[in-house]
Ligand binder design. Sequence first.
Ligand code: FNR
Length: 434
Amino acid sequence: MVFSGSLCFCDESKRADSPADYELRACLDADNFSGSSVTEMKKLSPSRVVNIADLRSIAEKRVPKAVFDYLDGGAEGEVTLRENCRAFGDITFRPRHAVAVGDCDLRTTVLGGEISFPAILAPVGYSRLMHPGGEVEAARAAGEAGTGYILSTISGHRLENVKAATKGPAWYQLYLVGGREAAEGAIERARNAGFSALVITIDTPVAGMRERDPRNGTPELLTGSIFAKLPFLPQVLAHPGWLTAFLLDGGVPRLENVLAPGETGGMPMLDVGTALRKSVVTWVDIHWIRQVWSGPIVIKGILTADDARRAVDEGAAAISVSNHGGRQLDGVSAAIAALPEVLAAVNGKTEVLMDGGVRRGADIVKALCLGARAVLCGRAYAYGLAAAGHAGVVRAIEILREDVDRTMRLLGCRSVKELDPSYVRYPSDWKPSS
Ligand code: FNR
């Protein structure tokens, strides 16, 4: 995140942009660049990495504080960030014992496509700063696991390369960064590359105030002069492995999928706040997007019955009940607590996903019991990416999948499609008042 401008750390000629480039870099710098070096695989052995929190600890050691806190942190007092995870604890299971479950069927369908287990990788901006393989490696791991990947607009990799890396469904998350013309170009490219849905995130009229970022000098490291960066450089130099990989990757990546009309290079990476302030999405824009994208649209960032009904009226094929992982408006309810109200409002007229706070397979099972079709996971796999690239994402998915399978067996339920509210008890004030 250091390091544009006068330090000349951003060497475009060094940027690896095709899968073949990644293979080459992987050979040159097996430990630091590739997603799955032998060292990284060892680091992730099942005795060392038992749960997602273990991946988080490894990520914290591997990347500079500015990168880790960008990934880990939330808005303001981080009340909603904490609440997203804590609220899953308010749901208790009601298992059926002495039931022979046999093989559990974890498959479900989302937007008409089958996924092998009910979790999809959420859009995570700046993934290429967490690991050079970034979005490409995360998408590859999702495809190998038979599930979907959502590519953020705030991506350092070309969307064509991301799509080519995965065998699974790929959706493109659209911000209007760069205006409607740039968005139209990205939509056209996404269509041609084979992305099967657009995800419109509606909870970012401005970036939330993530207090860890200014303290770490993130804006200075991204765009400041050498003098502005100086006070914040020690934390970066303390992570030579990450720094070497970052420099070999060409430094701060551009937003490869945001092309102003007539330009060939992606937009230089701005700090998140500037980018988002210029890209407010309204229902009017969603109406416009429907004219230029005929495929399914997923609206992400719904927390209330009113917005859910509006999304249905605007033709959303699915919605995600989400507070952006506690990174936007602090003080909103946990995403899982908003799920019952939204489900009641849409009344089966659209598919309902949820995201926020999912760190264990049991959380996924709880969300499905309440009525979600599937969940999106953000930090759970991004910790893996920051910890060890591709191998880290693979391990994160493996942990969640094994958790879901085990939880289903302990619950006495043989298929995720059979989960329903009778398997849980949850706070009565989550239910909408009739
Ligand atoms: C995000 N999220 C996000 N969402 C989005 O629509 N576009 C984006 O570019 C990003 N970028 C982003 C970066 C980072 C570092 C994080 C952690 C999250 C939000 C993401 O898609 C999802 O809503 C949350 O991550 C869900 O919460 P958990 O699973 O992280 O608790």
